[in-house]
Design a protein around this ligand. Structure first.
Ligand SMILES: *Cc1c(COP(=O)(O)O)cnc(C)c1O
Length: 379
């Protein structure tokens, strides 16, 4: 099955009860048993729920995986991966990272005796220096948030395999429409389904996809034992969003390109970060591992003037000033004071998150309206 068909049908079957085409929302905590243990595979909804099963199968199908595991948020999904580890274990992670992931690693797991190395992975082989016998996990985001660095998943996967370390890829920005990390050798794919997969800014949900049965069983155990599951209503919304992923992504990419090129030619703009631009440092890797370049665009104004940048984001009218990304509507964010405020300023600036950086999640509105909005706001 090709991707566009999978987005609509992947992992789905007609409801056995009445043949409903859409998966029913099984809004139930428990299931009747005819005799103790006599049930139809469902006992309690923390452990299993048919609507969640439908979503987990859809996620697995989209990522060319075998098992999907859904959670109440993207961070709950990351949390489950970290629970595979134990005190003394070490993690090598990209340094330009979703702020919430950084907070989870450093404020929660560090105190349980785990060690994290945050490094630039644009030169993939450089990670070797940080791998030792305690290293259990490599955590990669690509493209990174918000600097849009692109990391060579295949090369990192080869190193991970050789050194016997798990490789997890946060595929939230790219989505499986653009890039499928399991095919490139990753062990775990993670999604904030909240973003592009849901696609309509109306839910919080997370997911993992793996191929290995033993790893899946460990993660299902954690899902049930820790209990950070998502409710059936949200699973339904996520499934509905996924059905249009491919058409939305196509438009996100077209509008992302138009906005990136407009900004790159603007006299008041200093730098534009979008992997589709020729001058992007890892444009070639992006071209080889991604189908297109996505709708996330970051940029820095000339002069690095904080007040001027705040005025730009306040003046935008079609773009809404808000956290999050990946919905049909365009959003603008100021990472230094919003999404990445939990990362210390000096750490932030080391990776390029200066005060004048603006991050756009380019939506699927009319391209001309988006450009006109940027034009009036930047001046
Ligand atoms: C939003 C986001 C997360 C966290 O997901 P939630 O659903 O908000 O918990 C993780 N990684 C990336 C790249 C994100 O954008």
């Amino acid at each position: 099955m090709k991707f566009n068909t999978k987005a609509i049908h992947g992992g789905q079957k007609l409801d056995p009860a009445y043949g409903s085409v859409m998966p029913p929302i099984y809004q139930t905590s428990t299931y009747a048993q005819s005799t103790p243990g006599g049930h139809k595979g469902y006992e309690y909804s923390r452990t299993h729920n048919p609507t969640r099963d439908a979503l987990e199968n859809a996620l697995a199908s989209l990522e060319n995986g075998s098992f999907g595991i859904a959670f109440g948020s993207g961070l709950a999904a990351i949390d489950a991966v970290l629970k595979l580890l134990k005190p003394g274990d070490e993690v090598v992670s990209t340094n330009d990272l979703y702020g919430g992931s950084y907070r989870l690693f450093t404020k929660i797991y560090k105190k349980f005796g785990m060690k994290f190395h945050f490094i630039g992975m644009e030169n993939a082989s450089s990670i070797e220096d940080y791998i030792n016998q305690n290293t259990k996990l490599i955590w990669v985001e690509t493209p990174t948030n918000p600097m849009m660095n692109v990391i060579d998943i295949k090369t990192i996967a080869e190193i991970a395999k050789r050194r016997n370390v798990l490789l997890a890829v946060d595929n939230t920005f790219a989505t499986p429409y653009l890039q499928q990390p399991l095919d490139l050798g990753a062990d775990i794919v993670m999604h904030s389904v909240t973003k592009y997969l849901g696609g309509h800014s109306d839910l919080i949900l997370g997911g993992l996809v793996v191929r290995d049965k033993e790893l899946a069983d460990q993660l299902y155990f954690i899902q049930n034992a820790s209990g950070a599951i998502c409710g059936p209503q949200d699973c339904f919304l996520a499934l509905r969003g996924i059905k249009t992923l491919h058409v939305r992504m196509q438009r996100h990419c077209e509008n992302g390109k138009a906005v990136a090129e407009y900004l790159a030619n603007h006299p008041k703009i200093d730098k534009v970060y979008w992997p589709g631009l020729q001058h992007h440092p890892n444009h070639d890797i992006a071209k080889s591992q991604m189908k297109d370049f996505g709708g996330m665009v970051s940029f820095v104004t000339k002069g690095n003037n904080y007040n001027e940048v705040i005025k730009i984001v306040e003046n935008l009218k079609v773009f809404t000033l808000a956290e999050s990304l990946g919905g049909v509507e365009s959003l603008a964010g100021h990472p230094a004071s919003m999404t990445h405020a939990s990362i210390p300023k000096e750490e932030r600036e080391k990776t390029g998150i200066v005060d004048s950086l603006i991050r756009l999640s380019v939506g699927i509105e009319d391209t001309a309206d988006l450009i006109a909005d940027l034009e009036q706001a930047i001046g």
